[in-house]
Ligand binder design. Structure first.
Ligand code: C2O
Ligand code: CU
Ligand code: CU
Length: 570
C-alpha cells in the first residue's frame, strides 16, 4: 500500500484527505489516569500494525490543565518494557519530571503530583527511558497537554477543543512489508497527523487555532499552507508571544510546538492543505534534500526517501460553514513578554556539539555534547539555585540538532550574533541549531532545587538522544544572591574562595559524622574529581595544586546538606 501511495505521490495524484483526522479525547480537571498500553491500528489493508498508546491504541488523551492547579496523575505501565513519562516543557521538580531516572516498571504505577506553574501554551508528554525513547514514541506513546491561564482567557481566541481549536501532532514513520513500524529508521516516508495517514479535517470558515507539535523522531518540517495562505503564530513552546506573527512558513524541529491561527473566512466549500515545504530547507537539516552539510556526510537509507527535499501534504482542510460563536478577527496584541536581561546573568556556559568521529554515515551519530557521552551515573552540571545563566551553544557537527532542556523555558538572545525572528522571541524549550551556528539563550533555574534526581538536556532527534547525545544537571540550593561563590552562612563552610593553587587547600568545615563526598567539574560540566571520604574531623581539605588555574564548580555533599557553587583557583 505504501508503495502505491509513493507512486501516486510521484505522479502527483491527490490521495490526501481520505481518512478523517483523529482528534484525541480531552481530559480536564486535576486528577488524571494514564495507562500506557499495547495497541493495534489498521493503517493499511492487510496486516494490522502493532502500536503503543495511552488509554487507547495510539497517542493519548489531551490533558487540559489550569495554571495554579495542583494536579495528581497516575501513570500505569501496561507494556512489557520499563518506561517513563515526561511532561515536556513543563516547569516541575526533577522528581516529578519523568526523566530517565524515574522509571515505571511493567505492571506498576507512578504518581507525580505538582502545581502547574506554566503559562498558557501547548506542552506534551512522552516516554523518556534511556535508549528506548525512540521506540516508545515511534510506536505511539505521545500526548498533548494544554495549559490555560487568565492572560490567555482574556484574549479573544478560538478555544473550543475539536471545533475551532485543534491539536495536531505531525510525525513520520516507516512501515515494513508486514505493516509494522520500523524503529529506528532513516526511511521515514509516511507522514501522519494525529496518527492518521492522508488525513482530512472539516473546519469552519472563521479563525481556527492549530496547536502544532513536531512529534517526529528526527524529521524537521517547514510548515505552510497551500496557495501560500498566511497564518499567524501566537505561541512559542512555553507561552504566548507578545503579538501574532504573520508567516507563510514555519520551520519546526522535533519537540517544538507552535500555536497558529488561520483565517478561513470566505473559503467556505474550498479545500486547502497544511503542507511541509521541505524543498526550501537548507542543507544540514534532516528533511532537506541533503541532510548533511556536505556530500561527505551521508546517511544510509536517507536518499531513497520521497519526503526529503520535497513538498508534501500533511492535512487537507475542508472548509465548512461558520459556527455561531465564531472568532473572526486576529488580535493585534497578545501578552507582555518580559525576557530575562543579559545584565542579570551570573555565568555564561559554553556548550558544543560534535560528532564522536568524522566519517561516512555520521549523521546517525554518535554525537557528543562538550565531548561527553550520556552517563546515567554522572551529573554533568551542578547549577546554583536561582542562577540566571546564558548558554552559548555551538554546533560543530554537520547536521542540525534540536536542543532541548528540561525544567526551564529560555529566551533566545541571538543566532550567530543576530537577534532571532519575532516568532522566536518568546519562551522556548527546544531550539534547532544548524551546523556551524551558535545560539545564545538566557534562562533562570528557579523554584526547584536540591533534588536527588537530575534534569536532562539533550538533542530531541530521538536517535541521537538514545545514542547518548544527552547530559544531566542538578539545581543545587545555595544562599548567595549572586550565585557566584559559596555561601558563608551555611552549616558547610567552604573556604578560601578564590583559592591559591600554590599556597592553599580548600577547607570544608561542618561535616557531620565525618562523611563527605565531593565532585569537582570544569565549567563545561565535565567531572574531574569525585571522592568519598570518612574523616574523623569535622573538617576536610581538598587539594587543588594539581589543577589548572581557572573556574570550577565544586559540589559538596555532607551528611545533611549539599552545596554547590563556583570556585576560582588562582
Ligand atoms: Cu521531549 Cu527530554 O524531552
Ligand atoms: Cu523535556
Ligand atoms: Cu542531534
Amino acid at each position: 500500500m505504501k508503495y502505491l501511495l509513493f507512486i501516486m505521490l510521484v505522479l502527483g495524484i491527490n490521495v490526501y484527505g481520505q481518512n478523517k483526522l483523529l482528534i484525541p479525547d480531552a481530559l480536564s480537571g486535576t486528577s488524571f489516569e494514564l495507562n500506557i498500553q499495547n495497541g493495534t491500528v489498521q493503517f493499511y489493508d492487510g496486516q494490522i500494525t502493532t502500536t503503543m498508546g495511552t488509554n487507547g491504541n495510539i497517542l493519548g488523551p489531551t490533558l487540559i490543565m489550569n495554571k495554579g492547579d495542583f494536579v495528581d496523575i497516575r501513570v500505569t505501565n501496561n507494556i512489557e518494557d520499563t518506561t517513563t513519562i515526561h511532561w515536556h516543557g513543563m516547569h516541575v521538580s526533577a522528581a516529578n519530571d519523568g526523566g530517565p531516572h524515574t522509571t515505571i516498571a511493567p505492571d506498576t504505577s507512578w504518581n507525580p503530583k505538582f502545581t502547574v506553574l506554566d503559562k498558557a501554551a501547548t506542552y506534551w508528554y512522552h516516554p523518556h527511558l534511556h535508549e528506548k525513547t525512540n521506540k516508545h514514541v515511534s510506536l505511539g506513546v505521545a500526548g498533548f497537554i494544554i495549559v490555560k491561564d487568565d492572560d490567555e482567557a482574556a484574549l479573544e481566541l478560538p478555544r473550543t477543543y475539536g471545533v475551532d481549536d485543534f491539536p495536531l501532532v505531525i510525525q513520520t514513520k516507516e512501515f515494513d512489508g508486514n505493516n509494522q513500524i520500523i524503529v529506528p529508521t532513516n526511511s521515514d516516508d509516511i507522514p501522519m497527523v494525529n496518527a492518521t495517514i492522508n488525513p482530512y479535517l472539516n473546519v469552519p470558515a472563521q479563525i481556527v487555532r492549530f496547536r502544532l507539535l513536531n512529534g517526529s523522531s528526527q524529521r524537521v518540517f517547514n510548515i505552510g499552507i497551500s496557495n501560500n495562505l498566511a497564518f499567524y503564530q501566537i505561541t512559542s513552546d512555553g507561552g504566548l508571544l507578545s503579538a501574532p506573527v504573520q508567516l507563510t512558513r514555519l520551520r519546526m524541529a522535533p519537540g517544538e510546538r507552535a500555536e497558529i491561527l488561520v483565517d478561513l473566512k470566505g473559503l467556505e466549500n474550498q479545500q486547502i492543505k497544511l503542507m511541509s515545504f521541505a524543498s526550501e530547507l537548507p542543507s544540514g537539516i534532516y528533511g532537506a534534500a541533503q541532510p548533511g552539510m556536505s556530500s561527505m556526510m551521508t546517511l544510509n537509507g536517507y536518499n531513497p526517501n520521497p519526503l526529503n527535499g520535497a513538498n508534501f501534504d500533511l492535512l487537507a482542510l475542508n472548509v465548512k460553514e461558520q459556527t455561531s460563536e465564531a472568532v473572526t478577527t486576529i488580535p493585534n496584541k497578545l501578552v507582555t513578554v518580559t525576557p530575562l536581561s543579559e545584565d542579570d546573568s551570573d555565568i555564561t556556559r559554553d556548550i558544543t556539539f560534535n560528532p564522536a568521529q568524522m566519517g561516512p554515515n555520521q549523521l546517525n551519530g554518535n554525537f557528543l555534547i562538550n565531548n561527553l557521552h550520556f552517563d546515567m551515573d554522572v551529573i554533568n552540571f551542578s547549577i546554583p539555585f536561582n542562577n540566571t545563566e546564558i548558554w552559548s551553544i555551538t554546533n560543530q557537527s554537520g547536521i542540525a540538532h534540536p536542543f532541548h532542556i528540561h525544567d526551564v523555558q529560555f529566551y533566545i538572545l541571538s543566532r550567530n550574533g543576530i537577534k532571532p525572528g519575532l516568532n522566536e522571541q518568546g519562551r522556548k524549550d527546544v531550539i534547532l541549531i544548524e551546523p556551524m551556528e551558535t545560539i545564545r539563550f538566557i534562562t533562570q533555574f528557579t523554584d526547584f532545587a536540591n533534588d536527588s534526581v537530575p534534569y536532562m538536556m539533550h538533542c530531541h532527534m530521538l536517535v541521537h538522544e538514545d545514542g547518548g547525545m544527552m547530559l544531566q544537571f542538578e539545581v543545587v540550593d545555595q544562599t548567595t544572591g549572586t550565585g557566584q561563590l559559596f555561601p558563608t552562612n551555611r552549616k558547610l563552610k567552604i573556604y578560601p574562595n578564590p583559592v591559591s593553587r600554590e599556597f592553599d587547600k580548600i577547607t570544608v568545615e561542618g561535616v557531620e559524622n565525618g562523611w563527605l563526598h565531593y565532585e569537582l567539574f570544569n565549567m563545561n560540566g565535565q567531572l574531574l574529581v569525585k571522592k568519598s571520604t570518612k574523616s574523623a574531623q569535622k573538617q576536610f581539605s581538598i587539594r587543588v595544586d594539581d589543577l589548572n588555574k581557572g573556574e570550577y564548580v565544586l559540589k559538596v555533599m555532607g551528611n545533611t546538606e549539599t552545596v554547590a557553587g563556583k570556585i576560582i583557583i588562582r
